[in-house]
Design a protein around this ligand. Structure first.
Ligand SMILES: Cc1cc2nc3c(=O)[nH]c(=O)nc-3n(C[C@H](O)[C@H](O)[C@H](O)COP(=O)(O)OP(=O)(O)OC[C@H]3O[C@@H](n4cnc5c(N)ncnc54)[C@H](O)[C@@H]3O)c2cc1C
Ligand code: FES
Length: 276
């Protein structure tokens, strides 16, 4: 279990060092943090836009690099839209890290399959960095990534680098192609049946819309990956992020504290419970 910081509910003011526009509705913020909180891939922070509100946001940068923390955000509502208007030098309140990480150490020696849909690549990116840094500790590593269209693809430079210089096999697909798109067209779950990994020794990490995670988990199960070796990251509205307020509660489970990363044998039941 990863402990939250000493004063878990008090945000630390962090200045924006850089803003990167990723796609028409998605952007990445690099925030100065000194000292930088030590986070593990799959964990999240609570980001507070002053006077607007606070939202959970996964870390999406390299857990081993630099003095900044990195978050990639899709604009969907009031807080994320206000965040999108912030420029270099503006201040955000930040608290965390929170939650349980992806089980990367446990996957040592095994094949790893990462399946990402849309903004779901952001919470998986720290895991890919960590795996690439210790590439020799794993068997085959496969990243399957689906976006709505070529213009919606995130982290294009990373995708090229992972493909060419880290020994990670990268499969990319889009729901709708364009005349200049020469790659796969179709849903990301369609890539699972032919992906090069051994299901008897594979760990799978999935992040994306819930329906996509369900179909991906079922396709992995159909290939023979046990549900206990398939991991998904759940999104539920959150307020405290430390298991106090009950906002993210599903029965006896607190998504903020017991998750957001769950094995699919546990998450399958949770995914059936709709947001309150
Ligand atoms: C643990 C965790 C990690 C997260 N990591 C990320 C991340 O790395 N990047 C990121 O962009 N988001 C991430 N999210 C989602 C993010 O917290 C929400 O998008 C945010 O809270 C929306 O706040 P808002 O005020 O802008 O919109 P709201 O008013 O809360 O929502 C506006 C509308 O968008 C819908 N909506 C909310 N969230 C989503 C979503 N994720 N996808 C599609 N529709 C949505 C709502 O149902 C509502 O209809 C994460 C959530 C959790 C729980
Ligand atoms: S967000 Fe408060 S209990 Fe999970």
């Amino acid at each position: 279990m990863v402990e939250a910081q000493a004063q878990p509910l008090v945000p630390t003011p962090c200045r924006i060092r850089r803003v990167l526009r990723e796609t028409h509705d998605t952007f990445t913020l690099e925030l100065d943090a000194d000292p930088r909180p030590a986070f593990q891939p799959g964990q999240f922070a609570m980001l507070y836009v002053l006077g607007v509100g606070e939202v959970p946001m996964s870390y999406s940068g390299d857990p081993a690099a630099g003095r900044s923390i990195v978050h990639t955000t899709r604009e969907v509502g009031p807080v994320t839209r206000a965040m999108a208007r912030l420029r270099r030098g503006a201040v955000l309140g930040v608290r965390g890290p929170y939650g349980r990480p992806w089980p990367i150490a446990e996957a040592g020696g095994e094949d790893v399959v990462l399946v990402a849909g849309g903004i779901g690549l952001a919470p998986l990116r720290p895991a890919i960095h960590a795996i690439a840094a210790r590439r020799g500790d794993f068997g085959r590593v496969v990243l399957l990534y689906g976006a709505r269209s070529p213009a919606d693809l995130l982290y294009r430079r990373d995708l090229d680098r992972w493909r060419t210089s880290t020994g990670i096999e990268v499969g990319v697909t889009v729901d709708r192609g364009t005349p200049t798109w020469a790659g796969n067209v179709g849903v990301v779950t369609g890539l699972i049946a032919r992906a090069p990994f051994d299901p008897r020794r594979a760990t799978a990490l999935i992040c994306g819309p819930e329906v996509m995670m369900r179909f991906a988990a079922e396709a992995l199960r159909a290939r023979g990956v046990p549900a206990a070796r398939i991991w998904v990251s759940l999104e539920r509205n959150m307020k405290c992020a430390v298991g106090l307020c009950g906002r993210c509660q599903l029965g006896p489970t607190f998504v903020c504290k017991d998750g957001p990363v769950f094995s699919y044998d546990r998450a399958e039941r949770l995914l059936a419970v709709r947001e309150l």
